[in-house]
Design a protein around this ligand. Structure first.
Ligand SMILES: [Zn+2]
Length: 296
């Protein structure tokens, strides 16, 4: 099966037109997996040519809004357009994602009035039936699994493994994911400071998507470096884990100023001698790097 990886959102909590919140797309045959679903993720999904109804699985690394703000939009738009013809979304996330889902979609939840109207009002029922739906209309019920470090989630032709990261504990649970499929392996760091748990998870992977929130050496506040990673942290983890390709994501605009981007890559390359890619929204990332093709 051909596994395809595309970056949908490579930004941070800072709103930027060119960088959506964290979101990464894996297409694996008929299954479409999203890793995180930050602000703007659903729009980027459409730009990538994928409809929300095609998404089968969502993996959330943690519940910071820049990683999950489009969760309800994905669930609602997928449910609305799917008109009862597709299974509910399978969702994996850290402790807390079950409560968030209940607070959003239960009868007395945030979207209670919307869902009441769309399932009970005649006009909404008419649209639903035009889309192929059959009454009575059911509410969305994402199939949520809360995961912790050491868990593994089996798919049809793939497996996802979980490791706890080092981010905002004890206030917020956070995990990283590794996807293994016969075509290759991809690791999503989520947000984290360096931790041997992530290094172990990423051991021998083809691609490591790693947070890069600052330049090491320029960030003097240990409160930041205790919960997030810089370019050299990402490079060191990539080296220690022996991955082939490191993709820097979760990038601030300050890091990408002319000259700094080049410095970031050059310094990271002194630590990690594999392929280094600076993430961009909608960039397709090859699982293996091919030979250099001469210019024509
Ligand atoms: Zn975070």
């Amino acid at each position: 099966m051909v596994l395809q990886l595309r970056l949908l959102g490579t930004g941070t909590p800072t709103p930027l037109l060119e960088r959506a919140g964290a979101c990464y797309l894996i297409e694996c045959g008929d299954e479409v997996l999203l890793f995180d679903c930050g602000p703007g993720a659903v729009r980027r999904l459409l730009q990538a040519g994928v409809a929300p109804t095609q998404v089968t699985h969502l993996f959330l690394t943690h519940l910071h809004y820049d990683h999950c703000n489009d969760y309800s939009y994905l669930v609602l738009s997928r449910w609305d357009q799917g008109a009862g013809r597709i299974p509910d979304l399978a969702v994996c996330g850290p402790l807390g994602v079950g409560r968030m889902t209940s607070l959003l979609f239960d009868e007395d939840g945030v979207w209670g009035p919307d869902l009441e109207g769309r399932t009970r009002h005649g006009g909404s029922q008419a649209i639903y039936q035009r889309r192929g739906g059959v009454l009575p209309r059911q509410r969305p019920q994402p199939r949520v699994t809360e995961v912790q470090g050491g868990a593994s989630v089996p798919g049809s032709d793939w497996q996802v493994t979980v490791a706890e990261t080092r981010h905002c504990q004890p206030h917020l649970h956070s995990v990283a994911y590794r996807l293994d499929e016969s075509d290759g392996s991809v690791v999503f760091s989520g947000d984290t400071a360096p931790t041997p748990r992530l290094t172990e998870l990423a051991r021998g992977a083809d691609v490591l998507l790693h947070m890069c929130h600052f330049l090491n050496g320029e960030e003097g506040d240990s409160r930041m470096s205790d919960c997030c990673s810089g370019h050299l942290d990402a490079a060191q983890t990539a080296k220690d884990a022996g991955v082939c390709t490191l993709v820097l994501v979760h990038l601030t605009e300050q890091l990408l100023a002319p000259g700094l981007r080049e410095r970031m890559c050059a310094e990271a390359a002194e630590v990690f001698d594999g392929t280094i890619i600076v993430g961009e929204d909608l960039l397709g990332v090859p699982l293996t790097t091919g030979p250099v093709v001469p210019a024509r």
